[in-house]
Design a protein around this ligand. Structure first.
Ligand SMILES: C[S@@+](CC[C@H](N)C(=O)[O-])C[C@H]1O[C@@H](n2cnc3c(N)ncnc32)[C@H](O)[C@@H]1O
Length: 230
């Protein structure tokens, strides 16, 4: 990691306490809470990427919201976490710490991992440093391991509005699925696939069973890019 990233990323320290509340406020227009989005990501990983007893790294884990939901969904998995914000790491729930390593120094992790997850992190990384970040994540994977990048979809106007109004997204620079796919391809990932996710607000929740079939539709609020390390 270079100095710029450390400085940019530690911008999350002041938000570590308020992160869940600010996230809830930012997604309130959907009628859901931040927890809904964390559960959504955990379900995506359980359904599409992770085996039951796998070892997962949550890269840029923040306060551990997504990690906690993955652990609930796949109890046999070991979940480790990495983040440059020590204040955020200090809020990772004790139950997660008891089953894995949560560290701000990449050398304190315990690779290789079957799956590395990078959820809503890259839009906080300077565009010039994104390739480095993906390669750093790739280096922690087992051969044939899978990288999952979740990102905001810049093509969705409600997503752009939520980012514009969210205090911890002040410096965010959103990245298109095309850009994410390019970083993955340049980092040695094969069979990279993008699936759009999170389409219907709570008011239209009866339509949500359709979402699994809408992965191709570029209107989702977020997207997941999955690649396998060659
Ligand atoms: C929007 S939060 C997302 C947290 C968590 N992944 C989630 O989905 O709830 C972004 C996180 O990425 C971390 N971050 C930003 N740049 C990073 C980098 N280069 N390496 C590791 N973590 C980074 C920040 O410290 C922050 O905790």
């Amino acid at each position: 990691m270079n100095v710029n990233d450390t400085m940019r990323a530690s911008e999350f320290d002041p938000f570590s306490e308020s992160y869940p509340t600010l996230l809830n406020e930012s997604v309130a227009i959907t009628g859901e809470s931040g927890e809904y989005f964390a559960v959504y990501k955990a379900n995506f990983i359980a359904a599409n990427v992770a085996a039951l007893d796998c070892k997962i790294l949550d890269y840029g884990c923040g306060v551990g919201m997504v990690s906690a939901k993955i652990k609930e969904r796949i109890p046999q998995a070991q979940i480790d976490g990495y983040d440059v914000s020590q204040a955020s790491l200090s809020r990772v729930p004790p139950a997660l710490r008891a089953q894995g390593h949560f560290a701000s120094n990449i050398m304190d992790l315990n690779p290789p991992y079957d799956v590395v997850l990078v959820a809503n992190v890259l839009h906080h990384v300077e565009p010039a440093n994104r390739l480095f970040t993906i390669r750093e994540a790739a280096d922690l994977l087992e051969t044939n391991g899978k990288l999952v990048v979740f990102e905001h979809n810049p093509a969705n106007p409600l997503t752009r509005r939520a980012v514009r109004l969210c205090p911890f997204d002040e410096n965010a620079v959103l990245l298109s699925p095309k850009e994410t796919m390019e970083w993955l391809a340049l980092s040695g990932f094969e069979s990279v696939r993008v699936s759009y996710i999170v389409f219907f607000p709570r008011a239209l929740r009866w339509l949500r069973p359709l979402e699994k079939a809408l992965g191709w539709c570029p209107l989702g609020a977020q997207y997941a890019a999955v690649g396998r390390l060659a």
